[in-house]
Design a protein around this ligand. Structure first.
Ligand SMILES: Cc1cc2nc3c(=O)[nH]c(=O)nc-3n(C[C@H](O)[C@H](O)[C@H](O)COP(=O)(O)OP(=O)(O)OC[C@H]3O[C@@H](n4cnc5c(N)ncnc54)[C@H](O)[C@@H]3O)c2cc1C
Length: 367
């Protein structure tokens, strides 16, 4: 059986491990333009230098060798679902089963100037570039930092900026909706009010209901209200599907691949998809996009590929981190975090230690 895995992040790695465990003779090919898997959960700590790039990335070639897989260090450019072939610039790779786990990229919602004038920490390269620019800024005596997006990444980034640069920076956190961490406001509003209070105590200015309309190289304009002057802008608002998805003729919901309850692409028996790049609605529960959900989906894809090959009935996926009941660790600086799942919440140092354990546990497999 030939398995091709496109995208070797949280979900793809689990697919490879799971299929290898269940089928010693499977021919597995991994495809990814990155030479190292990136653990994005820890990118905010690149800014405060609490982690190094080596600690939070893992070498995909040696991972492939360990699992007797072939690794093609290129981007997949297209898939011919009829002849069952994945194309990269240099190779054409046939498959019996395909797993599409290509994740997501930063979205700028088409806001003029947003991409051009901001830094994104959604990739390691972006986080390192932002860190360098920040160092230059601080040494030049400039201090006005704007962070657009008060979701998990924006909050964690602000916590790390305060930890590293303290009173040297004037930080403004900008959110289009009415709450900090809006994704948690229905399930557990205490998460939002607690984080808002903590950040205000750290002297972070918070602008809510502030929808960005356009960005110039030193000013952010809003739909209503006065513009804001800034020296450096971080963009942490929103994600969109990885560009490969635009080339794939498969059922989609707002650009994300639609999968069935077995995590097969809707209407296909031999193509599975999981992680950030999919839209998963099962029994009225919609998966949220985070590392835990991507890992669980990767494991289920592996199990169902093995079951398909052995002619067994497929297992049904049960979303755990859902839009209705979000689960997350959210660090807010000072070695503290919130751990929340639905209405449950613990906060402080223990939650941060748990977060670090969970974040780094995934990387053990690359040692
Ligand atoms: C800054 C930041 C902080 C975050 N913090 C947290 C957190 O604290 N906790 C948490 O649970 N989640 C967090 N997340 C979300 C989490 O990182 C994602 O949900 C998770 O990475 C999704 O896993 P994935 O496997 O779907 O995608 P990814 O891990 O992004 O992997 C996708 C892979 O596909 C590859 N790829 C893309 N296009 C192609 C192509 N054409 N061909 C081949 N390969 C391709 C990419 O190079 C990448 O290696 C954070 C995300 C960001 C950006």
């Amino acid at each position: 059986m030939k398995l091709v895995v496109i995208g070797c992040g949280f979900a793809g790695i689990e697919v490879v491990e799971g299929v290898r465990k269940g089928m010693k003779d499977a021919e597995i090919t991994m495809i990814d333009p990155r030479a190292r898997m990136q653990n994005q959960s820890l990118f905010p700590e690149i800014i405060s230098e609490k982690v190094t790039p080596d600690e939070i990335t893992g070498d995909l070639s040696s991972f492939a060798r360990k699992h007797d897989a072939k690794f093609i260090n290129e981007a997949a450019l297209s898939v011919d679902f009829k002849s069952k072939v994945v194309k990269t610039e240099r190779e054409e790779v046939p498959y019996d089963f395909l797993a599409i786990t290509v994740g997501a990229v930063q979205s700028y919602f088409g806001i003029p100037g947003a991409e051009e004038h901001s830094y994104s920490i959604n990739t390691l390269e972006g986080a390192l570039e932002a860190k360098e620019a920040l160092e230059r800024l601080v040494s030049s005596g400039k201090d006005r930092i704007a962070v657009v997006g008060a979701g998990l990444t924006g909050v964690e980034l602000v916590g790390e900026l305060v930890d590293k640069y303290g009173g040297k920076l004037k930080i403004t956190l900008i959110e289009a909706l009415s709450k900090v961490l809006p994704a948690f406001s229905e399930a557990n509003p205490k998460v939002c009010t607690y984080i808002e209070r903590v950040l205000r105590e750290k002297r972070v200015d918070i602008m809510l209901n502030a929808a960005v309309e356009r960005v110039e190289d030193d000013k952010i304009y809003f739909k209503g209200g006065e513009p804001l002057d800034y020296d450096m802008l971080f963009w942490t608002a929103g994600i969109r599907p990885a560009p490969l998805l635009e080339t794939l003729d498969v059922p989609k919901e707002r650009g994300w691949i639609k999968v069935d309850e077995n995590l097969r692409v809707e209407g296909m028996n031999d193509v599975f998809a999981g992680g950030d790049c999919v839209f998963t609605m099962i029994d009225g529960r919609c998966s949220g996009k985070n590392a835990e959900e991507a890992e669980r989906q990767g494991r289920m894809i592996a199990e169902n590929i093995v079951r398909s090959e052995k002619g067994k009935p497929l297992a049904k996926y049960r979303p755990k981190n859902t839009l209705e009941r979000p689960r997350a660790f959210i660090s807010y600086g000072g070695g503290k975090a919130i751990a929340t799942s639905g209405r449950f919440m613990i906060k402080g140092r223990i939650a941060y230690m748990l977060k670090k354990y969970v974040d780094l546990r995934f990387m053990k497999r690359f040692e």
